[in-house]
Design a protein around this ligand. Structure first.
Ligand SMILES: [Zn+2]
Length: 229
């Protein structure tokens, strides 16, 4: 793989040609190698294109290298703590988190079921959390949501004009202050259905340090969409 220097780091990159894009596009993969995606036709000086975007690439590389993943090969984030998944046999499907020991034991017959078990466990825990937290915080924001659920969505939270709030099944992965922020953010949308200055004022009135929490949340990468059920 060709490389380029980004400050003190040497970064590998791969060139992808012949896409339907109209412009050169850069994307870091999870292993922090770079993909340079070229538009169809025309010739692009790749090294020059990289030099021209070096400022953005450096910022993005730094952000991604500080990012923590919710679910990796044998690691899972719970309440903001990274726990090691320990596979343990057993006839009954069961998960036993041990935050002090830094592990979560997964009891199951079938090792291939492991991620599915983690997903179901997260779904249940996130759902309990979301319902409890929305009930607790809705009066503070002064709104009455029509419905709360937890689903497989690509964002942390989502809401409709009809007052339905949905949260990611991965919500429970986040530390308390960040998932509380996600809940407050969505509840505030029931007052202001946009991200206007008014929305941010309202959000600040119930969550004064919301900007810090947004920045922290930006450093946590949700697990990619799993194969549809
Ligand atoms: Zn929003």
């Amino acid at each position: 793989m060709p490389t380029f220097d980004l400050g003190p780091r040497r970064v590998e990159y791969a060139v992808v040609r012949g896409t339907s894009r109209r412009y050169t596009y850069f994307r870091f993969k999870p292993d922090l190698t770079l993909e340079v995606i070229l538009p169809r036709g025309g010739t692009v000086d790749v090294e020059k294109a990289i030099r021209e975007r070096s400022h953005w690439l450096k910022r993005e590389f730094e952000r991604l290298s500080r990012t923590k993943n919710v679910l990796a090969d044998d690691l899972v984030m719970l309440n903001g703590e990274i726990l090691r998944i320990v596979f343990t046999g057993g006839p009954e499907d069961r998960l036993v988190p041990d935050p002090h020991g830094g592990t979560v034991e997964v009891h199951t017959k079938d090792k291939l079921q492991l991620k599915e078990l983690v997903r179901r466990w997260f779904l249940r825990e996130s759902s309990t959390y979301a319902v409890r937290k929305v009930t607790q915080l809705a009066p503070k924001v002064g709104v009455k949501p029509s419905r709360v659920d937890v689903r497989e969505i690509s964002k942390w939270g989502y809401c409709t004009r009809g007052g339905r709030l949905s949260f990611s099944w991965q919500l429970i992965a986040l530390p308390e202050r960040l998932r509380e922020y996600v809940v407050l953010h969505e509840l505030t949308h029931l007052v202001e259905f946009n991200h206007s200055a008014e929305f941010r004022r309202k959000l600040a009135s119930v969550c004064p340090d919301f900007r810090d929490r947004e920045r922290e949340l930006d450093l946590i990468a949700p697990y990619e969409r799993l194969a549809p059920p």
